[in-house]
Design a protein around this ligand. Structure first.
Ligand code: MRU
Length: 369
């Protein structure tokens, strides 16, 4: 996607092949900064502190992190240690494990002398494949938007609600939930996006709104609690969210608050789609309740960071919002049962959120019965 007219991805290897560049998402939307990852530990820290976040990008960063580790020490022991270190940084997005397993599958059989160059190549391939998957999610999802536009009539915008950031910043390019939106905006019917702010870290207000604004897509930020009301009033035509892990039965783990949107969509008859690449399906996990839910720091709930403009120039400041001394809990994801999901939008097409739907899309995986 474009930033100030320049095509960018969220992660790329440096020209000298010694480090990896990322967009530091902890600085957005207040400043646009690129950070260099020079070691496997840097990559781990970037995942943990959410300089990079979003399931597909966490996977791509882990792949490059393993490449950085192998460049330093190509032994099997060092590779295994790097895999374990990277894997424990965030527990819910399965793309992390998927990307590390992909890297190990390719690298482990190679002689040590060939591992470093193969690791860079394979990490780049994982990133490239994510771009193509997300592009195809857009191609496959756009007809859903076009169909609603046809029903609404010429000149009427299709109103799409999304939660968290499942945009290009969460992936390598395009995004998952946003890819059909970008495709529609560029070539199809007019769209307008309701952007859930997504407390506590505000990935919607800070990142999705930044992306959509940079691309010129009409959008409005809403508080997380507004979605149900807008759906009742007929102001939402479609919900599209991303996911961090889909279980083999079709249950969906995504950013905390997704489940409430799915309940409201079900009650009001608004279609609720989940957009994902195949790398986000955990075939070894039979149901959503088995998915580990990350518990993050209470500080994310009790503190808020934003731009302070007192007339003497803007600066970024963090303030406390809770009653002094009150504790906070911060589960970062929730599970939406498959029965509340209208369908999956994937790089292979659209299918029902069920074992049969997943099997139809990925027959080579067998799928759950
Ligand atoms: O905690 P985050 O910001 O990594 O959570 C991200 C999300 O929940 C996204 O919706 C999900 O990873 C899908 S990203 C294409």
């Amino acid at each position: 996607m474009k930033i100030d007219g320049r095509s960018m991805r969220t992660i790329w290897a440096s020209d000298d092949g010694r480090s990896v560049n990322i967009i530091d998402q902890t600085r957005l939307p207040h400043s646009f900064e690129i950070a260099a990852l020079e070691t496997m530990e840097d990559a781990g820290r970037a995942i943990l502190t959410m300089q990079v976040r979003g399931a597909p990008l966490i996977g791509a960063t882990a792949a490059y992190g393993l490449a950085l580790a192998v460049a330093h020490d190509p032994s099997s022991t060092a590779m295994q240690d790097a895999r374990s270190h990277l894997l424990k940084q965030r527990p819910t997005a399965v793309n992390l494990r998927w990307a590390l397993d992909e890297m190990m599958r390719v690298l482990a059989p190679l002689p040590e002398g060939e591992r470093a160059s193969a690791a860079w190549r394979h990490a780049a391939r994982i990133a490239d494949e994510d771009v193509e998957s997300c592009r195809l999610i857009g191609v496959n999802g756009m007809p859903l938007i076009e169909e609603i536009a046809r029903r609404k009539g010429p000149g009427e915008s299709v109103n799409i609600l999304t939660h968290c950031n499942a945009g290009w910043l969460a992936c390598v390019d395009w995004g998952t939930a946003t890819s059909p939106i970008y495709h529609a905006h560029d070539a199809g019917p007019p769209v307008h996006v309701w952007v859930d702010e997504t407390r506590p870290r505000n990935q919607g207000a800070a990142l999705t709104a930044y992306e959509l604004g940079s691309h010129g897509v009409p959008h409005t930020i809403i508080v997380d609690n507004a979605g149900g009301h807008l759906m009742q009033r007929g102001q939402v035509d479609l919900v599209i969210v991303g996911t961090d892990r889909v279980a083999a039965n079709g249950d969906v783990a995504n950013k905390i608050g997704t489940y409430l949107k799915a309940l409201a969509a079900d009650d009001t008859g608004v279609p609720f789609y989940v957009a994902l690449p195949g790398s986000t399906i955990d075939w070894s996990c039979s149901k959503g309740s088995d998915i580990e839910i990350e518990e993050r720091s209470a500080d994310e709930v009790l503190l808020m960071t934003g731009r302070l403009d007192n007339g003497a120039g803007a600066k970024v400041a963090t303030v406390a919002i809770g009653a002094p001394g009150s504790p906070a809990a911060n589960p970062a994801f929730d599970v939406t049962p498959a029965r509340l999901v209208t369908g999956f939008i994937t790089e292979r097409g659209v299918a029902p959120a069920s074992p049969a739907g997943l099997r139809q899309l990925y027959p080579e995986m067998g799928g759950a019965a």
